[in-house]
Design a protein around this ligand. Structure first.
Ligand SMILES: [Zn+2]
Length: 266
């Protein structure tokens, strides 16, 4: 009998993350590597990504750790993530893009960075148009359709939805993501025809939410072919030894820190 959780979300290709270092400081996605896209999604073993040391998004140690991935963090672009659906364009100089949970660029060798510790980070790439996107999607951003907003911003820069390839970072899975009525209210009002397929009833007044499935459906509706999405299906809360999980931290585990997911146009 099929695993009921896995059966919900079969559109996306699930391939193993490729580890780099021992223990791994970061992972890469084989689909993006095959396209020649420099990228990485960090683990808790990546230096400088624990409790934030200052206003700069990355330390010199992090920059050194991610250099082998082909990422030059001197020009990294990043936003202040506020669980909305606004998308900012990052230019040649990179840097702070303001309040934005979606980032897009056509500038080569300018990394886009998303920070998360349970929320999804999505990397989106149209190799033909050379347009890159990155998205931060928790339940609020998903209810506000931040991934489709990022796809739309990429299309405005010359991308075509049917060419976009997507990778979904390690993030909280339907195995561990318990939500309550306000979350269900937001998702059911935004997606009345789909939300029931993204949740499983849990204990009284609670549901288990599959944000992976929700974002995969949103991407498909935005025109991105299901086979173009690589989902690591690596749950942050299930792997506290390797990843940071806000959920685990809030439950008392020693896990404070953020995972960074980055890519740069070659
Ligand atoms: Zn889990």
């Amino acid at each position: 009998m099929a695993d009921p959780i896995r059966a919900r979300s079969t559109r996306a290709a699930a391939t193993p993350l490729v580890p780099h270092g021992e223990p791994p400081a970061y992972f890469t996605f084989s689909s993006l590597t095959a396209l020649g896209l420099p990228h990485a999604t960090t683990t808790r073993h990546c230096p400088g990504t624990g409790p934030q040391p200052g206003p700069a998004p990355f330390t010199a140690e992090t920059a050194r750790a991610l250099a082998p991935a082909g990422l030059d963090l001197a020009r990294v672009g990043f936003g202040r993530q506020v669980h909305q659906a606004s998308v900012a364009r990052v230019g040649e100089g990179g840097g702070f893009a303001g309040k934005a949970d979606g980032l897009v660029t056509t500038a080569r060798r300018v990394p886009l960075a998303i920070f998360a510790a349970d929320c999804l980070a999505l990397l989106l790439y149209d190799p033909e148009a050379a347009v890159l996107g990155a998205t931060h999607a928790g339940w609020r951003g998903t209810a506000r359709a931040v991934a489709p907003a990022t796809v739309a911003a990429m299309i405005a820069l010359g991308a075509r939805a049917e060419r976009i390839r997507v990778a979904i970072s390690p993030s909280i899975g339907p195995c561990c993501y318990e939500v309550d009525a306000p979350v269900i209210a937001a998702l059911s009002s935004a997606y009345p025809d789909a939300w029931e397929r993204w949740v499983t009833a849990g204990r009284s007044g609670h549901w288990m939410l599959d944000l992976w499935a929700a974002n995969e459906v949103q991407l498909e509706r935005a025109g991105v072919p299901g086979g173009h999405v690589e989902n690591a299906r690596r749950c942050t809360a299930c792997h506290p030894d390797e990843l940071y999980s806000y959920r685990k931290y809030s439950l008392g585990a020693d896990a404070k820190g953020r995972l960074a997911t980055l890519a740069a146009l070659p």
